[in-house]
Design a protein around this ligand. Sequence first.
Ligand code: PGA
Length: 246
Amino acid sequence: MLIVGNWKAYVESGKTAQALVASAKKLTGLGHDIVLAPSAPYLGLLAVGNKAKVAYSAQDISDSTGGAHTGETTGAQLRDLGVSYTILGHSERRACGETDEVVLSKTKHALAQGLTPIICIGEKERDADAHYLAYLRGQIAHIFAPLSQQERMQLVLAYEPIWAIGKTEDEAITPQDLREMILYIRKALGEYLPGRAPESVKILYGGSVEEGNAKMLADATGIDGFLVGHASADAKAFTGIVKAIS
Ligand code: PGA
């Protein structure tokens, strides 16, 4: 499975960052792809010259390419550091005003730099009339429709229902609901990809993944991995998740 640790802004010391990496490196023999997503300053510290099997992701990239854009971190800069992935459209970025158009533009920049985009989608809440399904379909359409077939196949999707983020494992999605959502998402992808191609698009789940629920969410739900938030900033908790599914 693909396990991405989104440290968000939980980690605020280089020493802690290095300790988390040392601990993650011990998990590389368990047969999973481990990707760490530190904040931008720590990417500079950790990704340069990285020879370990742990890969790195940015938490976001700029909507612009290089030039007069104070405060921005471009895809080209991240690629230059040795970063392989970037999370895009995380709900915490969307809450700051990031639109689907901006997520699409960032996706194109990431692909142009050879970074694999991990596109976050997910509903704020669930309504009895299932309007949230149409909402998800819309998020998928905004990204997938304008891209070429070849570009679509390079995306990783992270289904992160906002209501399940930053809680505890008891409040995360149930395996049965997750299985249904993954089927729904793959069906929606069928509008943009031919035949069995939607089955090859990696879909991660994120939202309060912890040691106690990782295995049951991984089993028989059709997901290809996890986007782990708070638990990834704690070496013991992250190790517990990876071991639970190994
Ligand atoms: P969480 O965050 O694991 O803390 O719920 C997941 C995410 O927002 O990526």
